[in-house]
Ligand binder design. Sequence first.
Ligand SMILES: NC(=O)c1ccc[n+]([C@@H]2O[C@H](COP(=O)([O-])OP(=O)(O)OC[C@H]3O[C@@H](n4cnc5c(N)ncnc54)[C@H](O)[C@@H]3O)[C@@H](O)[C@H]2O)c1
Ligand SMILES: O=P(O)(O)OC[C@H](O)CO
Length: 321
Amino acid sequence: MIGAGAWGTALAQVAAYGDRPVRIWARDPAVAEAINTTHANPLYLPNIALSPSIEAVSDPAAMAEMDALLVVTPAQAVGAVLATMPVGHTPLVLCSKGIEAGTRRLVGEVARSLFPEAPIAVLSGPTFAHEVAAGLPTAVTLACEEPDLRKALSARIAAPHFRPYATDDVTGAEIGGAIKNVLAIGCGVVEGAGLGQNARAALIARGFAEMTRFGLARGGRAETLAGLSGLGDLVLTCSSTASRNFSLGVGLGQGRSAAELLADRRTVAEGAFTAPVLRQAAGDAGVDMPVCAAVCRLLDGADVRDVIGALLARPLKAEGA
Ligand SMILES: NC(=O)c1ccc[n+]([C@@H]2O[C@H](COP(=O)([O-])OP(=O)(O)OC[C@H]3O[C@@H](n4cnc5c(N)ncnc54)[C@H](O)[C@@H]3O)[C@@H](O)[C@H]2O)c1
Ligand SMILES: O=P(O)(O)OC[C@H](O)CO
C-alpha cells in the first residue's frame, strides 16, 4: 500500500487477511512506527487492531519489488508521491478517488504518464474504511484491461467480507469514484440546510444522470457507472455523516465557509478538490453538470438558498435529455 491514511490502512488489513504479508508506506515515520510497534494506526484508523503481518515503512525505496502497488494517497498527491516510488513494471492499483487539479487528468492518467510500463488497475466502491477494517461486508469494482492480471488481483484482494467484481472499464470505475464525492457534498448541503429527504433523493438521481453523461463522454460504460464504483458508492456517500464529503456539505448547508470547514480537518474530503477541476473537465467535454456546478458555487461561498433556487429555476427539460 502506498499511503497509510484510513483507506490505505483498511486495505492493508484486508490484504493481510489470513496473515498474508503486506507492506505499507507511510509518509509520516511516526505512523509507520505505530503500525510496527503497536499494530494500530490511531491517527487515521482508531480502535482497529491491525494484523501483525502488516509491515510499515517510510522509505519509498522499501517499496521495490512488490507484487503490486496499491495507490491510496489523496488524489492530488498521487503524482508527487508516485514519482518517488520504485515502480518500473509493477502493477499499480489506483484506490484514490479524484481528478488532478491543473492537468484535469484522472488518477490513472497521472500514473500512466509517469510509468507507461506499469499495468494499471482501479479498485473502487462503497467502502467506508472503518467498516471494512472492522470486517463488515462489502463489494467493490476491480477494473483492469488485462484479463490475467485482473483475475490475479481479484483473487489476491478478495476476503470473506470483501468481494471484488471484475471489469475491464478502468475509466468508468475511476469516474464514478471521483464524481460521487462532489455529489456527496451536495447531499450534505441538503441535509445541513434542512431541505428534506425528497430533495436528497432527487439530487442523487439527477447527480447520477450527470455522472453518467460525463462518464460516457470520457469513454466509460453505463453498466460500470451504475455499478459498485458509481451508483453503489454514490448512494453510500450521499447518505451518511460517516462520509467526510457529506459532512463537509452539512457544514456548508449550515452556513459555514469551506475554508473554515477544511481548516479543521486532518483527513481528506476529495470532493472539495475535485469539484472545481470537474467543472473545467465537464466544460472541455461539453457535458452539462448543473448539480456539480452548484456544489462549486457553494464551495466558493455562494448562499445556499440562492444556489438551490437557481438550480430549480432552470428551464424545464426531458428526464433523459
Ligand atoms: N477513507 C475511506 O473510507 C476511503 C474509502 C475509499 C477510498 N478512499 C480514497 O482513498 C484516498 C485516501 O483517503 P484516506 O481516507 O486514506 O485519507 P486520510 O485522510 O485518512 O489520510 C490521508 C493520508 O494521505 C497522506 N497525505 C496527505 N497529504 C499528502 C501528500 N501531499 N503527500 C503524500 N501523502 C499525503 C496522509 O499522511 C495520510 O496518510 C482518497 O482518495 C479517498 O477518496 C477513502
Ligand atoms: O468519507 P468519504 O466521503 O471520503 O468517502 C469514503 C469512501 O470513498 C466511501 O466509499
